[in-house]
Write a protein that binds this ligand. Structure first.
Ligand code: GDP
Length: 315
């Protein structure tokens, strides 16, 4: 079994690669829910949906969110009615949000709804929300505190970030399936996907007990850098690092995870960083453009984890 911690786009790409080079039912993708929010009366879980659409082959790769077979009648009609349109929702995507919202209102958990929808979409891997309890990422910016989607989508990550807060994380319980996977004797690796450390991975690590469970796990923890040659492939990771007073680099991301990491996969372009990283480093091509790239990086991670397991066992 492999546990992968993931946010949206970057994480989902590696999760897809992993699911194609190993028995998919042995992959548990634990997904950030700090981006979740309520909008137009709907419960929206952007990272869960990105992972779900990616693993089922439905993702819109041009947009980086939503479905590829989408139509936009709802949005067009909203616009003509003067409604709220800053958060784009395609017609088919809305069906998923309506169904999730209905079932949550009936008292089902987010994880139960997610598991069922994944099964209906033909996904064999397990997609597990980090918690069924609400956690909401908020950012203190130069313009004051902003809710995550207000910052990320409405304000296009423009406000300068000073501080992040994972509201509710302290009282949230890590999903039992997540914790059980971390102590499973068949666990081969815990993979921290190339996701934004601040808004995708650290909300997961902020849930009480998670960091310690990662440290205590007999399986190696291996991360893939979301930064290549000082830049994010997509999104505000590098911009946030600069604003938070850090040097945007693969090494800085490793620093954020330093108490957890056994292994770290960085791009060939970042070879000069190796000496500064306190984990066993593997150099690879980490930019995932094609399906072959996703699979090759997944294989690299699995092979690196096998070496780390032998090292951990002999300690
Ligand atoms: P979000 O929740 O949709 O913002 O997605 P994530 O947090 O999962 O992913 C954003 C991060 O993924 C950014 O820091 C990107 O640099 C990184 N990323 C996206 N695509 C790739 C890729 O192909 N390779 C690597 N190494 N990182 C990537």
């Amino acid at each position: 079994m492999i546990v992968a911690l993931s946010g949206g786009v970057g994480g989902a790409k590696l999760a897809l690669g992993l699911s194609r080079v190993m028995p998919p039912e042995e992959l548990v993708v634990v997904v950030n829910t700090g981006d979740d929010f309520e909008h137009l009366g709907l419960s929206i879980s952007p990272d869960i949906d990105t992972v779900t659409y990616t693993l089922s082959g439905l993702a819109n790769r041009e947009l980086g969110w939503g479905r590829h077979d989408e139509t936009w009648s709802f949005m067009e009609t909203m616009e003509s009615l003067g409604g709220d349109t800053w958060f784009r929702l395609g017609d088919r995507d809305i069906a998923l949000h309506v169904e999730r919202t209905r079932r949550l209102h009936k008292g089902e958990t987010l994880s139960a709804v997610t598991a069922d929808l994944c099964q209906r979409l033909g996904i064999k891997s397990r997609v597990v929300p980090m918690s069924d309890d609400p956690v909401r990422t908020r950012l203190r910016t130069a313009e004051g505190w902003l809710d995550f989607q207000e910052y990320f989508v409405h304000r296009r990550c423009e406000p300068v970030v000073h501080e992040l807060l994972f509201q509710g994380a302290g009282a949230a319980r890590a999903h039992p399936e997540f914790l059980a996977a971390l102590t499973d004797p068949s666990l081969q690796a815990i993979v921290i996907c190339p996701s934004n450390p601040f808004i995708s991975v650290e909300p997961i690590l902020a849930i009480p007990g998670v960091r310690q469970a990662l440290i205590d796990s007999p399986a190696p923890v291996i991360a893939v850098s979301p930064i290549i040659a000082g830049q994010a492939v997509k999104g505000p990771t590098a911009k946030m690092m600069t604003e938070l007073g850090m040097d945007p680099s693969a090494g800085t991301v490793a620093q954020r995870y330093r108490d957890l990491l056994d292994g770290y996969v960085i791009d060939h372009a970042d070879m000069s960083e190796v000496v500064s990283i306190d984990a066993r480093v593997t150099l690879a091509q980490t930019l995932m453009r094609t399906m072959e790239d996703r699979e090759a990086l997944a294989r690299t991670v699995i092979e690196a984890a096998a070496i780390l397991r032998r090292r951990k066992a002999s300690r």
